[in-house]
Design a protein around this ligand. Structure first.
Ligand SMILES: *[C@@H]1O[C@H](CO)[C@@H](O)[C@H](O)[C@H]1NC(C)=O
Ligand SMILES: *[C@@H]1O[C@H](CO)[C@@H](O)[C@H](O)[C@H]1NC(C)=O
Length: 706
């Protein structure tokens, strides 16, 4: 609350002969909503639920009454001191002062001294975000007033759909017996939203009569919201510190204050166009109404209204050629409608808004203020050149800030890592893409060595020509082969256990980090080594693995990715777990949809996991390995349980059995692994290993190596 000696008002108050002493103190004015709100919160934290509920209800009531008074005073003073000011008008300051005096007088009669209801912008924002409803729903809940709790909760939720706690609370209400779910109402959303959305849906199904009714309602309500929003701009600005104000001239303060009011009013065009709970406003909200309306009226052959609404649209965009053409058509078609005019209230709104913009632009040229023009229709010639440049620069800055905020929001969406050890080294933003991450520390050095030993076994080393390049040898080991190997030797190789567990570890990281909405299964695991062929590297220009996407067929020319067979469309996420770095080349890289523009590169090293979604947003390839041998575990994950890797389960059973019979072999690794990934406690299968292995022989390796 402001003190009566509020400096910003001080000069005005003196000018208007405001004398604090003479206000009748006993008059029962509206209680300031911020005081009521803070009393409500105080009671809430004391656990006085009914008191808290009452204060909060009163706060909301006071808030809405205050708005009503301001709106009606605004209308009254508009009539008394019409505001048509031009810059040349020497009486500008006079008009501003007169208008202020009128408003202040009007409000003082109904609300008390003007400082009583001056509220910090923080509290205003909380009311705009509907915070009081969140306290209120909890208070109702404690008092057992379930229907009221539900309505308050719903009202808060509509404006805060991402709010985790309210979603949880609403979930609780859902399960409480006797709560009438369909009673949930939204007490605050301005009525124009419902009308607008219904109007647009009717329009889309060519139900023009209905569309017209709803869109006209929406328009009427939207203008009322606009008036209310604009009326609230006066007297709600942040206070400056006294020290700051004392340095300035009275007229400077007034000018500054007035520019703030104008900016606030301008921002209302955005305010009414943003549906509660939505981030972005509907572009060109008011003009859109007229755009839809004129076609709808023409469809129902209401010529007068069609011409009228089209002319009104043209007030915003007088140089819209197609609209001008339409106008000629309408005039020919509906000959009798020569007399139709654009709507006067809209014309008045446009003129007033342009007047405000002119003043703001003038101030921008002379004072150091910033401004975001909410309207797309402001005519170019109304904007001074200097201001244009500044607006452009400011827009650029805002966009950068928004990107930054988006990035932070995306980061906030990231889930925690499921266990200690790994850490995120590069996020999507640093990788210049989306749904990408690089983590380090997923395997320790000795774990990498153990798995690499697998790659040196006869089954693993193979060393045939790479299917992708004549300059490299290629060897791969699938889960199936790894287990067969184990079976043949009848021992639980620590490397096999690790190979198995590394996949599970990666699965858990991906599931948790990307907060996948459904559980992920490993669908395929493969240990792949690529060895540079000595003497065959000279002048090499090809890749170790060409650019591709994992679950769709990349069409670089069309800049599309077709998610259809033969692509592995069940794949949802992909990962590469690197095992070594003692080779040259072989970096993993991501590209744009064009398969050419490299957006990020990842250098392999032991224990580094590169994980990403498998779709067209993440085309990737591998640079040529020009010396040495590059080994990594490739993993694909799926939400579809029928595509879960069957060999994985069998391998788990077999290994567990063998580890029981020959503990010394698996001990070191198994101990460390089971601590870290707890989901590996499959029931012990009593099947003999012979039987197991022979049954595996029937499992055909149907999947291509990638
Ligand atoms: C069109 O409007 C009528 C009411 O006039 C309604 O009964 C009908 O369902 C609407 N059609 C569609 C497809 O919305
Ligand atoms: C992302 O792009 C920037 C600029 O092109 C580049 O410097 C950076 O290395 C890229 N990030 C990665 C991980 O490659």
């Amino acid at each position: 609350m402001a003190s009566p000696a509020d400096w910003r008002f001080f000069p005005l108050l003196l000018l208007f002969g405001y004398v604090p002493c003479c206000i009748p103190a006993e008059k029962s004015w509206l209680q300031p909503f911020d005081l009521l709100y803070s009393a409500g919160i105080h009671a809430f934290f004391q656990g006085s639920w009914s008191q808290s509920r009452d204060y909060l209800q009163q706060a909301l009531h006071s808030y809405s009454l205050l708005k009503k008074v301001k709106v009606s005073c605004q209308a009254q003073c508009q009539r008394e001191t019409p505001f048509h000011v031009s810059l040349k008008d020497l009486g500008f300051m006079d008009v501003v002062l007169q208008r202020s005096e009128c408003l202040e007088h009007c409000e003082r009669l109904q609300l008390g001294p003007p400082t009583r209801h001056k509220v910090s912008s923080l509290v205003h924002k909380e009311f705009q975000r509907r915070e009081p409803y969140n306290f209120l729903q909890a208070a109702y809940f404690k008092l057992g007033q379930m229907d009221a709790a539900l309505t308050a909760a719903h009202t808060f939720f509509v404006a805060n759909p991402q709010h985790a706690q309210i979603r949880e609370d609403l979930g609780k209400y859902r399960n409480i017996q006797g709560v009438r779910w369909d009673n949930a109402r939204d007490l605050e959303t301005p009525p124009h939203w419902e009308a607008f959305e219904e109007g647009v849906s009717h329009y889309n199904v060519q139900n023009y009569t209905q569309a017209i009714l709803r869109l006209e309602t929406s328009l009427k309500e939207a203008f009322m919201s606009l008036d209310e929003c604009r009326a609230l701009c006066e007297g709600t600005q942040e206070e400056k510190s006294h020290a700051e104000e004392i340095q300035r001239q009275v007229y400077e303060i007034i000018a500054d204050w007035y520019v703030e009011v104008l900016k606030c009013r301008q921002a209302c065009a955005i305010e009414i166009a943003r549906k509660p709970g939505q981030k972005l406003p509907v572009h060109d909200f008011i003009p859109t109404h007229f755009h839809l309306l004129h076609s709808a009226y023409a469809e129902v052959s209401d010529g007068a209204a069609a011409v009228e609404t089209l002319l009104t649209y043209l007030l915003f965009y007088p140089r819209d050629d197609s609209a001008q053409e339409k106008l000629q058509q309408y005039r020919q078609r509906f000959r009798e409608e020569e007399g139709a005019r654009a709507r006067e209230n809209v014309n008045a709104y446009i003129q007033q808004s342009l007047g405000e913009k002119r003043l703001i632009f003038y101030a921008m040229e002379n004072l150091d203020i910033s401004f975001e023009d909410p309207d797309a229709w402001t005519p170019e010639e109304n904007i001074p050149e200097v201001v244009k440049n500044r607006l452009r620069a400011e827009k650029q800055k805002r966009m950068e800030a928004e990107q930054e905020a988006e990035r932070t929001a995306e980061e906030a969406q990231r889930g925690p890592l499921p266990f200690e050890g790994p850490r995120v080294t590069l996020d999507s933003h640093q990788l210049n893409g989306s749904q990408r991450v690089v983590l380090d520390g997923v395997l320790t050095w000795s774990e990498c060595q153990e798995i690499l030993r697998l790659a040196r076994t006869p089954a693993g080393s193979g060393g045939r020509r790479s299917p992708h390049t004549p300059h490299e040898l290629y060897s791969s080991l699938s889960m199936l082969k790894a287990v067969q190997l184990t079976g043949e030797r009848a021992l639980a190789t620590p490397g096999v256990r690790l190979f198995l567990d590394a996949g599970e570890r990666s699965r858990r990281i991906v599931e948790s980090y990307f907060r996948t909405d459904a559980p992920l299964h490993v669908s395929f695991t493969q240990l792949v080594c690529r060895t540079a062929l000595e003497g065959k590297q000279e002048g090499r220009v090809d890749l170790s693995h060409p650019v591709h996407a994992d679950n769709c067929i990349l069409d670089p020319e069309g800049r599309e990715c077709w998610k259809e067979p033969p692509a592995y469309i069940h794949r949802d996420y992909s990962a590469v777990l690197f095992l070594n770095d003692n080779f040259e080349g072989g970096d993993l890289f991501f590209t744009d949809l064009d398969a050419i523009t490299v957006t990020a590169e990842v250098r392999p090293t032991c224990g580094r996991l590169a994980a990403f979604s498998s779709g067209g947003e993440n085309p990737h390839g591998i640079h040529a390995v020009t010396s040495g041998r590059r080994c990594a575990i490739a993993l694909w994950f799926t939400h579809s349980s029928e595509h879960a890797e069957k060999e994985r389960k069998e391998a788990e059973q077999l290994l567990t059995q063998m580890e029981v019979t020959s503990p010394q072999d698996g001990e070191t690794v198994e101990g460390s692994m089971t601590r870290r990934s707890s989901t590996l406690s499959e029931s012990k299968n009593p099947l003999g290993k012979k039987q197991r292995v022979s049954s595996m022989e029937h499992v055909r390796l149907t999947r291509e190596e990638l």
